[in-house]
Design a binder for this molecule. Structure first.
Ligand SMILES: Nc1ncnc2c1ncn2[C@@H]1O[C@H](COP(=O)(O)OP(=O)(O)OP(=O)(O)O)[C@@H](O)[C@H]1O
Length: 251
């Protein structure tokens, strides 16, 4: 379970996150929907311990990130927006490096890498340099890596950027498959409304604030429009109108 409680973060005068709260239960797939600049990346940087919030608390699997970062982050898997593999190392070497960082015994690491490569249709490619792979296959490697230490919470930060439709669908179906094997909490950040698909939970973030949170039906009802798309654009527009309102009319 992922729990974010009243988290705020500013960059100088820019308030990137303003008392953001959300929970994603084990076994839930939550889409974090927000336009560019909504604060998604900032939230992910806080969740993954790269930055410390100005206020509020984050719990991963019940463990507070600020007070027990090593324990909390050991339960977290992340695929960042920017690709983060060593292009000149092989797939297997990249994965082993990650396993080492998590202190996994070599035999266990090799077994899980083998399983991951088979599951993601890369069994024949473990020795290939990452540089030689397509964008879609690099994402698959990053997902195998994020799952190696069997996290309780998986963060996907705009992980489909730059991928074609089949690769995006494949990535999503791989995650569904992983969730069937283990009840992880998944937080999938995107600014593409079509990626909501069958998400059980949607959180709408705009200018650092949560505008709506719940099932797709609940979010549509909260935004007050016939479709999520219409509601999202209306709410984003309204929020922009209210940005200068010191009372925070939409919060
Ligand atoms: N290092 C920084 N210094 C100053 N302002 C920043 C910094 N990083 C982000 N911001 C600002 O904080 C706000 C939230 O940005 P953030 O990157 O978290 O949003 P995002 O939803 O991830 O957007 P995108 O989809 O474009 O990546 C924006 O106004 C952005 O300009």
């Amino acid at each position: 379970m992922l729990s974010v409680r009243e988290v705020s973060k500013s960059y100088g005068a820019v308030k990137a996150l303003d008392r953001v709260s959300l929970e994603v239960a084990a076994g839930s797939f939550c889409v974090l929907l927000g336009p560019n600049g909504a604060g998604k990346s900032t939230l992910f940087q806080l969740l993954s311990g790269l930055f410390v919030p100005d206020g509020g608390e984050i719990f991963i699997d019940g463990i507070p990130v600020r007070r027990q970062p090593a324990r909390a982050l050991a339960r977290l898997g992340v695929v960042f927006q920017q690709q983060a593999l060593d292009l000149d190392l092989s797939i297997a070497r990249n994965l082993l490096l990650h396993a080492d960082l998590h202190g996994m015994p070599r035999a266990l690491a090799r077994q899980r890498i083998e399983e991951g490569l088979v599951q993601f249709d890369l069994a024949a490619h473990g020795g290939r340099k990452v540089r030689e792979l397509s964008g879609g296959n690099r994402r698959r490697v990053e997902l195998i890596r994020a799952m190696l230490h069997r996290p309780a919470v998986l963060l996907m930060d705009e992980a489909t950027v730059g991928l074609d439709l089949p690769s995006r669908r494949a990535l999503r179906s791989h995650i569904s498959h992983c969730m069937q094997q283990r009840p992880m909490a998944v937080l999938w950040a995107t600014h593409w409304i079509e990626e909501i698909e069958d998400a059980g939970q949607v959180v709408v973030l705009h200018r650092g604030r949560v505008l709506a949170d719940g099932s797709q039906q609940a979010v549509i009802a909260a935004l007050g429009e016939p479709t999520l798309e219409q509601g999202f654009f209306k709410a984003a527009g309204l929020a922009a109108t209210h940005t200068n309102n010191p009372q925070g009319a939409l919060s």
